[in-house]
Design a protein around this ligand. Structure first.
Ligand code: NAD
Length: 506
């Protein structure tokens, strides 16, 4: 059986790992490979190679570092079909969706190729008598990224691209469910000219994460995953004195106003709710139609679309939605659907019991639609992370806004309306990090930054965009004066650079 190892100092290796975790094919339920689980020795080896390589990389001028990213982008494009196949085989998402996953990550690598401009500092000539002051952004040293299963290409690239382009070495700990694409990306980075040791991949689960959180040579940690683990990573890494950003789960609401184009809103909800089997942190899982008539029209528009949706394995090009990631994920989703029925929600379309010929052991669930969901039900409160869309009926825009704002999560949200005033009011008032106006999945592009609010993110800097450059660098500010500007004698007062008492504003 194929074993997916770590990537340490430019080489794939099982290191000293003695434990392995199985990698399933979610479409068939079969074990297709296994992944090594890192020991402390493996992590130490990765960190040692990072520590050895990083000073020279940091001293390499930024345009040469950027050139590696131009090459890297070219290589990802060259191999995108192979990467997409590998990604689909382990994750289960369709090939087109897998390409989208890679493409959105690749765009962050393109953004990182602009690092020379982004890393420029600030300079003030004459900040005091003969004094110049300048700030520079220096790498943090060794950064680490811990990533979820649902975007095995995009999210590693969100983190490693700005971190490495800024002059850091990087340790990636991908999800143990789909670890192959991250390894291929690291190999491509070395092929693109990245010195060995700058990008290492350590496989594993909680114990590998704990090793990272407590490693004294790792200065900054970026995490993306579920909210309970995000809270844990945030608190643990901060207590260990590291810079940390931790992004968590979501429950994204889409408000549908009575004036919305219902066909377009329903089409949008299909992709946002069921694309990637609902396993996106920006998936819409709650539709909030305003008014009973709007709700009736919405459910009527959704039902035939859901019944037509083609569920199948990624190897079938006509599939629009694949399986969920694991057997236990499927069981949990089915239990939540059962609980929705028990709590009195109306099951408009039931995806349980879907069986595909030849894929009977795959983790497929059909697209499911609940109507008349209320905020006290578990299907509303829990992040289901599966193809289940809940309709919560509200009778006014204010009530729909209140529902969205009272939800503990704040990753993404959307409003569908033709009314500019309502859309503007929504974008301004809603306490959610990413907002779509007639855009159901408002994932910002690489040069803007990605991040939620409330229980969807802990820390104050976002992924990609200029925030990422700030996260992966430290500011140093230099105050410089040359002998010709230095007066004789000592100064005992706090340096104020020439305030004249007569000028003081009282
Ligand atoms: P997860 O929290 O189970 O795992 C994320 C990472 O943490 C993995 O690398 C995993 O190995 C590790 N991990 C798991 N349990 C751990 C523990 N107890 N201690 C330390 N580390 C642990 O998440 P997942 O199931 O892989 O991904 C799905 C979740 O990620 C969803 O909640 C989704 O909303 C969220 N997500 C959020 C964003 C965002 O940007 N906010 C993006 C994608 C996914």
């Amino acid at each position: 059986m194929r074993t997916v190892g770590h990537f340490i100092n430019g080489t794939e290796t099982n290191g000293s790992s003695v434990e392995f975790s199985e990698i399933y094919n979610p479409a068939t339920g079969e074990v297709q490979a296994r992944v090594a689980l890192a020991t402390k020795t493996d992590l130490d080896a990765a960190v040692a190679s990072a520590a050895a390589a990083q000073p020279k990389w940091a001293a390499t001028n930024p345009q040469r570092r950027a050139r590696v990213f131009f090459n890297f982008v070219g290589l990802i494009n060259r191999d995108i079909d192979e990467l997409a196949q590998l990604l689909s085989a382990e994750h289960g998402k369709t090939l087109d969706d897998a390409k989208g996953d890679i493409q959105r990550g690749l765009e962050v690598a393109e953004f990182a190729a602009g690092a020379p401009h982004l890393l420029k500092g600030e300079f003030t000539e004459g900040a005091g008598p003969s004094i110049d002051m300048y700030s520079m952004r220096q790498p943090v040293g060794i950064g680490a990224g811990i990533t979820p299963f649902n975007f095995p290409a995009m999210i590693p690239l969100w983190m490693l691209s700005p971190a490495v382009a800024a002059g850091n070495a990087f340790i990636l700990k991908p999800s143990e469910r789909d670890p192959s694409v991250p390894i291929r990306l690291a190999q491509l980075a070395v092929e693109a000219g990245l010195p060995k040791g700058i990008l290492n991949v350590i496989q594993g689960g909680k114990s590998a994460v704990d090793g990272i959180l407590h490693h004294e040579l790792i200065s900054a940690v970026s995490f993306v995953g579920s909210t309970p683990v995000a809270r844990y990573v945030y608190a643990t890494a901060a207590a260990a004195g590291k810079r940390v950003q931790a992004f968590g789960g979501a429950k994204n609401h889409m408000i549908i106003m009575p004036d919305a184009d219902m066909n377009k809103a329903a089409d949008a909800l299909m992709g946002a709710g069921y694309g990637s089997a609902g396993e996106r942190c920006m998936a819409v899982s709650v539709a909030v139609p305003v008014g009973e008539a709007t709700a009736d029209r919405l459910v009527e528009a959704l039902r035939p679309r859901i019944e037509k949706l083609k569920v199948g394995p990624a190897t079938d090009k006509s599939s629009e939605m694949g399986p969920v990631i694991t057997k236990s994920a499927k069981e949990r989703i089915v239990q939540l659907i059962d609980s929705g029925i028990a709590h009195g929600a109306k099951l408009a379309v039931d995806g349980r019991g879907l069986s595909l010929q030849g894929y009977e052991s795959g983790y497929f669930i059909g697209p499911t639609l609940f109507d008349n969901v209320t905020a006290d039900m578990d299907i509303y409160k829990e992040e289901i992370f599966g193809p289940v869309l809940c309709v919560v009926r509200e009778n006014s825009y204010d009530a729909a806004l209140r529902l969205t704002m009272n939800n503990p999560y704040g990753n993404g949200t959307a409003i569908f309306t033709r009314d500019g005033d309502t859309a503007r009011d929504f974008a301004s008032r809603v306490n959610v990090g990413m907002v779509g106006i007639n855009v159901p999945v408002p994932v910002p592009l690489a040069y803007h930054s990605f991040g939620g609010w409330k229980a969807s993110a802990f820390g104050d800097l976002n992924q990609h965009g200029t925030d990422s450059i700030r996260f992966w660098t430290r500011t140093k500010t230099v105050t410089a004066r040359w002998p010709s500007g230095i007066k004789d004698g000592s100064e005992f007062q706090m340096p104020t650079y020439g305030v004249d008492e007569s000028e003081r504003v009282r």
